[in-house]
Design a protein around this ligand. Structure first.
Ligand code: ARG
Length: 461
């Protein structure tokens, strides 16, 4: 803080310096900070607030500082508090007094708001690409296992047979809504705050639209007080990330279940599982477990920021420095989770035979038997009761539906005929031929629609 402690007589104590510094984490904004400063210097020169030569010296100095940081040669100083003052102090050291003109018509309050928005826009773009990659992996897995039948569950009890592809495309839909949410968040992040100054705007004739164009923003902020105190866009990213992690954690949980000896529906590639240090038979789904585990961490950052922002008086308050670590951690966690999880989905092996066997056990076709009676004129409620009694009879006798004789069937309803034996998993699936249903034709349509969405994204639409 040395060079702006003009009105203070004592040096900040070391502990206080450490306690208040953000440089240990906000150094990460250096590219955004330098980019913002270069645009600001150009704008100041264009408006005649500084000379062209001065702007030239400043922008060259900034570029050189960027390289120093890139190459790990820059000495970050905690006593200079944050990335903004570290760079400014180094600029003055390099180019002399003229470096001190860069901060004309600017405050760290609008500067940090700008840096964070630039960072957030990049983070959203990367998140969208990774979400698309994940969707692509889901599509590929669904296509490679197009005809595979599995038990669909409710209450984690076998409910009705479904196509595995249909189950996987459920996650495509969830991620599609996540993509919408991040895209929506981008609209409100894409606002240029520079020119707000410390709180009330700046006392120079600056060109905010020029700044917005230079920095790739679609709009400029409309209220300086709001612009320096708003962190909604960070909250929105963290909220969208929380929802996305919730979705990913559900698939992670299914992968954990499916790879267990009890289900044995899939086999994870060795690269995504680990052995136990004492139990040689084990192949643990650690990656999926950590996806599930890290979800809690992402929720925590959202709650932390909401709590930090709650009841803060306008406008900027130092509390807001607490926005960054949680945000960075959320972005890092979500991006790495998406990347690792995509790899896991790409390499897992589906054990179609085991899924198929599981569909044959139990009374998963009970709904279809009820539907059979309804189609022969029974009311659904009565049909449901008949099949419920039939299930309990069959269970008592230890028989599956196909092992029950027609005479036995007829004890329950005279509507049962020989064709009851043609009710099977395939006919059950084929019957659910409604939009959004699991019938093969419907799933083919859904797959084609999903592929078109991905294709449009890759084609830049
Ligand atoms: N390090 C500060 C932050 O991250 C930068 C803005 C500081 N502004 C101020 N007036 N102290 O929020």
């Amino acid at each position: 803080m040395s060079h702006i402690r003009g009105r203070f007589h004592k040096k900040a104590g070391e502990l206080v310096t450490e306690y208040t510094a953000s440089i240990p984490f906000d150094w990460r904004l250096y590219r955004h900070d330098i980019g913002g400063s270069v645009a600001h210097a150009r704008m100041l020169a264009k408006q005649g607030i500084i000379s062209q030569e001065e702007a030239e010296i400043i922008t060259q100095g900034l570029a050189a500082i960027g390289e120093e940081i890139d190459q790990g040669k820059f000495q970050f100083k905690p006593e200079l508090e944050d990335i903004h003052m570290n760079i400014e102090a180094r600029l003055i050291e390099k180019v002399g007094e003229v470096g001190g003109k860069l901060h004309t018509a600017r405050s760290r309050n609008d500067q940090v708001a700008l840096d964070l928005r630039l960072f957030a826009k990049e983070a959203i773009a990367e998140t969208l690409v990774k979400l698309r990659d994940f969707q692509q992996a889901l599509i590929n897995l669904a296509e490679a296992n197009k005809g595979v039948v599995m038990p669909g569950y409710t209450h984690l009890q076998p409910a009705q047979p479904v196509l595995l592809a249909h189950h996987l495309l459920a996650y495509f839909e969830m991620l599609q809504r996540d993509i919408d949410r991040f895209g929506d968040c981008l609209k409100r992040t894409d606002v240029m705050p520079l020119g707000s100054g410390a709180i009330g705007g700046v006392a120079y004739s600056i060109d905010r639209d020029f700044l917005a164009r230079e920095l790739g923003f679609s709009r400029v902020s409309q209220n300086s007080i709001d612009a320096v105190s708003d962190r909604d866009f960070v909250v929105e990213y963290e909220a969208a990330a929380s929802l996305c992690m919730m979705h990913l954690s559900r698939l992670a949980e299914e992968i954990i279940l499916w790879s267990s000896a009890e289900f044995d529906f899939i086999e994870l590639d060795e690269a995504y599982a680990t052995g136990s240090s004492i139990m040689p038979q084990k192949k643990n789904p650690d990656v999926a477990e950590l996806v599930r585990g890290k979800t809690g961490r992402v929720y925590g950052k959202l709650m932390a920021l909401l709590t930090t922002m709650k009841a803060l008086p306008l406008s900027y308050n130092r509390d807001m420095q607490e926005d960054k670590e949680g945000f960075f951690d959320t972005v890092d966690t979500l991006l790495s989770t998406l990347e690792v999880f995509t790899g896991m989905v790409k390499t897992l092996r589906v054990k179609a035979e085991n899924m198929g066997l599981r569909v044959k056990q139990g009374y998963i076709l009970a709904t279809d038997l009820a539907d059979y009676l309804v189609k022969k004129g029974e009311s659904f409620r009565t049909a449901h009761n008949i099949v419920a009694r039939l299930v309990s009879y069959a269970a008592e006798k230890g028989k599956s539906f196909s092992e029950i004789s027609l005479a036995e069937y007829k004890e329950f309803s005279s509507l049962f005929e020989e064709d009851i034996y043609s009710v099977n998993a395939e006919s059950s699936i084929a019957a659910r031929d409604v939009i959004g249903g699991t019938a093969p034709g419907q799933v083919d349509r859904a797959l084609a629609a999903a592929k078109k969405i991905i294709g449009d994204f890759r084609g830049g639409k």
